[in-house]
Every structure is written in structure tokens, then in C-alpha cells.
Design a protein around this ligand. Sequence first.
Ligand SMILES: Nc1ncnc2c1ncn2[C@@H]1O[C@H](COP(=O)(O)OP(=O)(O)OP(=O)(O)O)[C@@H](O)[C@H]1O
Ligand SMILES: [Mg+2]
Length: 592
Amino acid sequence: MAEEQNKLNQPDTTEEPIAVELAKKQREVSISQFFERNRHLLGFDNKRKALMTTIKEAVDNSLDACEEADILPEIYVNVVDMNNDRFNITIEDNGPGIVKKQIPHIFARLLYGSKFFKLSQSRGQQGIGISASVMYAQLTTGKPAKITSKIDKKHPTHYYELHIDTQKNTPEIVREEIVEEWSDKDHGTKIELDLEGSYQKGDQSIDQYLKQTAIANPHITLIYQPPKGEQLIFARATDKMPRRPVEIKPHPYGVELGRLFQMAKLTEAKTLQSFLMKEFSRVGSGTAKQICENAALLPKTKPKTMSREMVESLMKGINETRIISPPTDCISPIGNDLLEKSLRKEINAEFYTAAVRPPSVYRGNPFIVEVACAYGGEQPADQSMKIYRFANRVPLLYQPGGCGITKSVIATNWRSYGLSQSSGALPVGPITLVVHLASVWVPYTSESKEAIAHYPEIIKEIKLAVQECGRKLAMYIRKKRRIQDESKKRDYIQIYIPHIGSALKEIIGLKDSQEERVNKLLKSVLEKKRGELEEIKVDNPEYDAEWAKIGKEKKEREKGKEKKEEKEGKDKSNKGKQEGKEREKKEDKKKK
Ligand SMILES: Nc1ncnc2c1ncn2[C@@H]1O[C@H](COP(=O)(O)OP(=O)(O)OP(=O)(O)O)[C@@H](O)[C@H]1O
Ligand SMILES: [Mg+2]
């Protein structure tokens, strides 16, 4: 018995350890498989957003490509409702086109792109946007992406139908041919997708995204056919291309230890001094020597042989050295005038102002913040401030709460500028703010590029720009209050003028005409004494009511009215049908 018990307590050596069993389940996950499961990370978490994100990815790419090739962008966006939550979308550009060999990789392979490795301002940066859209379309409808592209007059137009093999993250060519299309077009790219989606107007709609894109990019022409209603044309406001951002090297400030270590390992420079001069922007021989001195390292040190401790001292040396700010030519801001102009077109306000900050650096990446603000006029006074957020000229429509821009605006003390604000909330008042962050690398909170991460350097710069606008706004609000107070006082005094007139009439027996003269005289004395009162009015000839309506949801009342009209229309036609049937019956009876 005891022997049997002993056996039971002994481990069974014939069975494999559990770790071996578990090891059999370990497998590499392909990037496509990962995002297929986590499509919400890429902005495809619901049908409405998915449709918007897909169009956004394609349009952003078209704009980047046109600007890289110095072509004034002309982009067509066509959205067709195929019913049952299915849409067919087409985005066509007049960009440089894509060479045949790369078409399948660009559209049907995740993490493949030309922008990830360069530090230069562009809308895209990850190499995932368009292939993720293709994957979503494939997942929801099973249909392949249809791509047409041509690179110049002498080359043919290539047409591809593509699927993504998500197991391997590689393109699967369903069809490939040369087509006759575009005999009259020199170059460009077109993508057509069938996908599950939902179309709605409102703040987070395709219409709103395209309108805001046109605002931030006055050099583009967008021709948009929505699923319902007439074609919208956002015509370019200028033929001047924005300044082409120059590609740069990282600025030494804020570069992290790991990155510095890796850069030192990979550099071709033979000495530490030349490494600093070659791999970083704004480091000349004098600055490089100064950094070495502050780091207590010899300028002749071989960067490849540097230990972790040496790299750490190098970082210290960098931080102790005064290095001039990064160059501005790597960033292309929208500009104060244009930002203000776009606000004037959209909002009928009393007061407008804008501010732009000098370039700054986070983690070695230069960036610029610009802000514009519209106050008063037709804006509701009892609602929270409205914020339009932009990053590298792309409107950010989702996740306002998680965005560094909103955080900076909330952290600003708006009460000192004359607005009411509860702690931890946006100010309340008739005010709209536009905030644009332009950088060689925008730190988004996720791959869907919807919100800006909370880097302290970025938050600080946004706050400073917002405060600059706030100070100008406070001056206006104070002036407005003064005028309003004065106007109240005048109204008060004016009430007594007719009483004085009639009292004089009674006491010294004035005639009616004399009483009237006395009243007029008293009024003019009042005006002379207190000076002419400045009028506060909305004077904005640039406001475009039709434009302002684009992308906005209809008010409930309007919707109700429309429904009623629709119903009445139906009732009338039903009544007509009923009457027709009765008439037919009567005629039948007569015949019988
Ligand atoms: N319409 C187009 N014309 C020319 N080149 C394009 C076009 N669309 C995409 N590309 C090229 O394909 C690459 C991949 O595009 P994709 O949208 O997947 O990534 P990205 O734009 O680099 O970064 P992100 O993921 O942030 O959008 C781009 O880097 C660009 O070089
Ligand atoms: Mg892209």
C-alpha cells in the first residue's frame, strides 16, 4: 500500500513538462494579423469612423505625394452608398504616380512606406495608413483593392487588384494589367475600395474632414461627390505651393540615451567631434568641441567604441552646451494670416486674433505651434469653447479628450482673460480656437493618428501660443465691457432728458417745439461730454454662410420639418394611389 502511495507521489517521467506543452503554442504574429484583430488601434473601431479614416488615409497620401513632387494637388473623392452599410469609394489624384513594382507593396503590405525614416514634415509617417484601409475593406467585404497608377506620358497606366495575405503580411495580386485609361492624363494614382461603413454628417464626418483639409491647405482643389446630394468643390485659394519642408537631422536636445548609443554604433564618422557634426542639426565644429569638453570626452574618441557610461556623459555634455534652435525650414506652418482668414470664412465673429511660436524641440524633433481665435458674434455664449485641432495640416476629428491640445487649452487660466471656466474644464463662451502643431515627427497617442501625446515641451508651447491669443482677447473683452457699461450709463441719463424738458415746459411755459429743442440740445451736450460711443458690431465680409454649413448636422427642428414634409409627400401620394384604385374599381363596375 505504502509502495503504491509512493509511486503516486512521484512525477510521471513519461509525460512532458507543461512548459514543453506550452512552448508548442508559441508562434510569431504577423503585423497584419495583429492589426486585423486590433483594427480599433488604426481608427477602424466603428463603421462611421472606418469610412472617414479610409478616405482620410488616401487623401493624406495624395497630398503628401503631390507636395513631394511639387504638383498643385487636384483630388477627386467619390463615395457611393451601395446600401446595407456598404460603400464604394474612389480617391484619385494628379500626383507623381507609383512605379509598377511598388504598387502591391504600398497598398497590400503593412509597415511599408517612404516616410518613416526621414525627419521631414509630412502627413503620413508610419507606413501603415493605406494598407490598413485595404485590409479593413478586405475584411468587411472580401473585395480586393483596385489601384490605377501612371508615372508619366511615356509610361503605360498600370492597373492592379490586390488582397493582403495577412498570415505573411505580403501582397496577393488578384489581377494585373496595362489599361487604356488616362490617355489624357500624365500622372496620378487612383484607389477604389468596397468597404463596410456608415455615412453621417456632423463634426466627425467626411464632409467636415474635407472642409477642414481645404482650410489648412489653401493650395489644393478637392472635388467631392458625397453619397447623397450635390458635388462639392473646394477650389484652391492660392496657386502658391506651401514652402517645401527640408529634411533634417535630429537636434541634439532631447535625444534619448538608447538612440544616441545606437547612432554612435551605426555612424560612419571616425571621431566623436565629426559624429556630432554629421548626425545632428545645428552642431558646427565649435559647438561639437564644446559638447566634448562639457562631457569630459576627447573629440577624437571613436564613437563606435563608446561605452554606455561615455554616452551618458555625452548626453550630459549636450544638455550643458548652448545649441541654437533648430532651423525653421524643416517645418511649413499654415501662417497667421491664413489661419485667421479661414476662421473669418467659417465663423461670423466680432474679434479675431492669431499667434505663432518660434520653433522648439521635443525628443530632438523640431516643432512649431500656431493658434488662431474667433470671439463673439454669432457664436453661442453658453457653450464650451470649440477647438479645431490640426497636426501637419491634417484635421484631427476624434479623441479630443485624450489630445495634448485640449489638455493645454484646459490648463490655461481663461478666467484671467475674461471667460468663465470651471476647474479641469474648457472655458465657456462665444469662442472658437484653431490650434496647429507642425513637426518633423508628430507624436500621436496611437497608430490611428487622432490625438497628440502629452509631451511637456509640446504642452508648454501650445499654452504659450494660446496665452498670447488670450492676452489680446482679454484686451478686446475689457474694451467691450467698458463700452457696454458706458452705454448703460448713457441710457440711464437719457431716460431723464424728456423729464427735464417737460419740467422746464411747465415751469417757464415752453412751447412744444421749444421743449423738443431743449431735449435735442441736452442729448448733444451728453454726447459731447462723454465722447462718441464706439459701436460693437460683426463686420466680416469674408464670412461665407454656405461654406459654414458644410459638414454640419442639421438641427433637430430642421430634421423634423423635413420628415414631416416627406411624410406629407408620402401621404399625398398614398392618397392619390387610393383614389386611383377606387376610380378603377368604379369603372370596372360600370363596365360590368
Ligand atoms: N497616392 C499616392 N501617390 C504616390 N505615393 C503614394 C500614394 N499613396 C501612398 N504612397 C506611398 O506609399 C507609402 C505608404 O503609404 P501609407 O499611407 O501606407 O504610409 P505613410 O503615408 O508613409 O504613413 P502613414 O501610415 O502615417 O499614413 C507612402 O509612404 C508613399 O511613399
Ligand atoms: Mg499615409
